[in-house]
Design a protein around this ligand. Structure first.
Ligand code: RVP
Length: 486
């Protein structure tokens, strides 16, 4: 066969979902999914492992909204462990960084301490961490005018209600209700303080009733690691990351596959491997990977296809990988190129179980970096991890596009440095994204993601059809929250 006898590959704008008879109202469509063999999400959405997108701040909000943040790897090991810990602790029932008071401290000192730490009460412990009492603003108030030099042990409540390590939210609430208190110290068998449960913490958790949590109720956390960083992967695993993402621009590479296998054998967390874009790559990885991530060149800031001449349009890439992965019950994540909610649900129709986005979230409050103003409009920085800035600017040698450490003028970047319009809160962006995806499920008549994957069919769109899809022949007067023309 001739070199020019070539197959066609399609991307988002080449296809549309074929409308089908439906009994599903969009707001009834259930977006829950599996991101890797052992990890479920309530919303099939991940934030990209990029240094202008995901650190703990955005990852916390992603998990609270039911999705998953994947912490980037342009940082050293200690910082990575810190970032993971922040996510795992964010909504923990039992607070571990407890502000404590000592019995001989003065009431005045404790009052000042509580003020600076922003807490309204503190367990009182001795040198062995044994709980002697608890002191709150209410206990302190009568002392402030007349007895602020008195010792804490005078003012504290010494009949303190404590709870064991395995206390549940319900049990803690019952204790608080029964004793009319707002915080319960958690102790071990020797009555030593190990943590604290607060009413405020429990109520805050209730607010996020769709959050993606582990068995102990902590928020789920993903993190990117290099294919040859087994030590680092073990640290991420021990810090509590639930899913490790082997982060590589071309994972269908013998050495990368070997590296990823070694990591998989060394950790308890699920290991998702990527990126790939072909059936053959999927076949080489399904044997051990807990998930496959697809995307060779679709990213908004990515120039891989132009620089290297290689790539695979994303709808075809996802569908090829999903063909193989679905036979082995391995979830697939479509990573990159998603501009609208319609693209996200098309990726799922092509066979993905979840989608990963960078540009969509880069303009939000929770993304790292500050708001910049150009020509009176607000933006936030967004750069490819293969851009010169990201390759130079990381705190470690961890970078998936960096072969060795060249001088600055020798970099061959595969990404650009850019900016995204400032967007406000991540929650409102996610609301638009999930709402649009649910609409897509409604048009296809599917109530769940697995049903949707089964039922969805594409039609091929011509460039005339593509022009018809967008707002056309009008001047837009008020920008919609989920649409801006390219
Ligand atoms: P997008 O959502 O279209 O902005 O794409 C984000 C994805 O682009 C990332 O998850 C990653 O796979 C890819 N990426 C990140 N940096 C670069 C690059 O510099 N080429 N590409």
């Amino acid at each position: 066969s001739s070199k020019l006898d070539v197959p066609e590959a399609l991307t988002f704008d080449d296809v549309l979902l074929r409308p089908k008879e439906s009994t599903v109202e969009p707001d009834e469509a259930d977006l829950s999914t599996r991101v890797s063999r052992n990890v479920d999400l309530n919303v099939p959405i991940l934030s990209a492992a990029m240094d202008t997108v995901t650190t703990s701040e955005l990852a916390i909000e992603m998990a609270r909204q039911g999705g998953l943040g994947v912490i980037h790897r342009n940082m050293d090991d200690d910082r990575m462990v810190h970032e993971i810990t922040q996510v795992k602790r964010a909504d923990e029932l039992i607070i571990r960084d407890v502000v404590t008071a000592e019995p001989e401290q003065t009431v005045r000192d404790v009052d000042a301490l509580m003020e600076t730490e922003g807490v309204s009460g503190a367990p009182v412990v001795n040198d062995d961490d044994e709980v002697l009492g608890i002191i709150s603003g209410t206990d302190i108030r009568p002392y402030l005018e007349v007895g602020e030099r008195d010792e804490v042990q005078e003012a504290m409540t010494d009949e303190v209600i404590t709870a064991p390590e395995d206390v549940t939210a319900r049990e803690a609430l019952e204790l608080m209700y029964e004793h009319k208190i707002e915080r319960v110290p958690v102790v071990d068998e020797q009555n030593r303080l190990t943590g604290l449960v607060t009413m405020q913490g429990i109520l805050q958790r209730r607010e996020y009733n769709n959050a993606a949590r582990d068995d102990e109720g902590r928020l789920l956390c993903g993190v990117a690691v290099g294919p040859f960083s087994t030590e680092r992967a073990i640290k991420a695993d021990e810090a509590g990351a639930n899913v490790l993402f082997i982060d590589c621009a071309h994972a269908h590479n013998r050495n990368v596959v070997e590296g990823a296998k070694e990591i998989k054998e060394s950790v308890d967390a699920d290991v998702v491997v990527g990126n790939i874009g072909t059936r053959e790559a999927a076949e080489d990885l399904v044997g051990f990977a807990d998930g496959l991530k697809v995307g060779i060149g679709p990213g908004s800031i990515c120039t891989t296809r132009v620089v290297s001449g290689a790539g695979m349009p994303q709808i075809t890439a996802v569908s090829q990988v999903a063909d193989v992965a679905s036979q082995h019950d391995v979830p697939v994540i479509a990573d990159g190129g998603i501009r609208y909610s319609g693209d996200a649900i098309k990726a799922i129709a092509a066979g993905a179980d979840a989608v990963m986005l960078g540009s969509y979230f880069a303009g939000t409050d929770e993304a790292p970096g500050r708001v910049i103003t150009m020509n009176g409009k607000k933006y936030k920085q967004y750069r490819g991890m293969g851009s010169v800035g990201a390759m130079k600017g990381g705190d470690s040698e961890e970078n998936r596009y960096l072969k060795e450490e060249p001088d600055e003028e020798e970099y061959v970047p595969e990404g650009v440095e850019a900016a995204k319009p400032y967007k406000g809160s991540l929650a409102s962006e996610l609301h638009q994204l999930t709402g649009g995806m649910q609409s897509g499920m409604g048009y296809v008549g599917a109530e769940t993601i697995p049903e949707f994957k089964e039922r969805a069919e594409f039609v091929r769109v011509s460039s005339a059809g593509q022009a018809e899809s967008h707002a056309h022949d009008v001047v837009i007067t008020d920008e919609a929250p989920n649409y801006s023309p390219e």
